[in-house]
Design a protein around this ligand. Sequence first.
Ligand SMILES: Cc1ncc(COP(=O)(O)O)c(C=O)c1O
Length: 321
Amino acid sequence: MSIETDASRKVTAGPEHPNSWVFINGEFRRYQDAKLGLMTHALHYGTGVFEGIRAYWNSDKAQLYLLHGPVHYDRLRKSGSIMKMTLPHSTEELVKLTLELLRRNEYKQDTYVRPLLFKSSEVIGVRLEGIAESFLIYTAPMGNYVDVDAGIRCMVSSWRRVSDSSLPARAKITGAYANSALAKAEAEENGFDEAIVLALDGHVSEGSAENLFMYKDGVFVTPPVTDDILEGVTRKLLLGLIKDELGKQVVERSIDRTELYTCDELFLCGTGAQVSPVIEVDRRPVGDGRIGELTSELQGVYFGAVRGDNPRYSDWTLPVY
Ligand SMILES: Cc1ncc(COP(=O)(O)O)c(C=O)c1O
């Protein structure tokens, strides 16, 4: 499998590294020995829940740091509960298994961790009851998912975000990512880097796979968790950093589409996207069309913390080696 990051970087995992270790249904196996059947329920009906976790390589310290493992596994448990699925391990066990997997694969670079809990019976029928569950974790090297240095250009998607009344965005459900894929594809086909998606009521929800913050009139603003967003781990970390490190107020309230055109700074954030400054929306410059000063400062603090360089945030990470 190939995971595309930005235009210049492509990283590989899976079949091209058949001997890499994965964890599946209670045991460590080589990627090439871990197989799934063609009729696997989740493949056809999107009945899986997953996480995306990062581990950051710190070359000065020769150490790999797993970022907020327990928080991601707690969210996975909640996603599972919405979909009536149960994680077969405690959060503590899952973190230990993840550290072990990263050690086995001997990574010395930024890495992505993908746990997946899914309906695995090979049966026909759209339902949740009576279908067996499987759980796997695989890992893959991963650089930047979007270009965090140059600033990105976004469009407001014509696709609306899935609503809590149809497919809950607060659960990280595999099937819901078809919605993200439609939005991202539309943005790329139209020459943009990323999509910003509105909720059904027309308020700004989030990016295709990122939460969103704007800076306007001296205050940071981000949509509340009731505006059909994924309750992002990065979003929560940044809520704290904005107050503690930038000394700025941050408000959770609904955002109108045209506020994206009139705000001073804008950025998307997430485990994959990290802190990604937005410099243009719908062909209108954000602020003066350059990366915002505060966004840049926030990026600096964030990267220092996640790479294990800031002792104030040492509880964010766990060393792998
Ligand atoms: C739809 C969506 N929103 C937001 C995020 C950001 O969440 P987190 O910071 O937990 O990675 C993601 C990332 O996985 C996502 O897929």
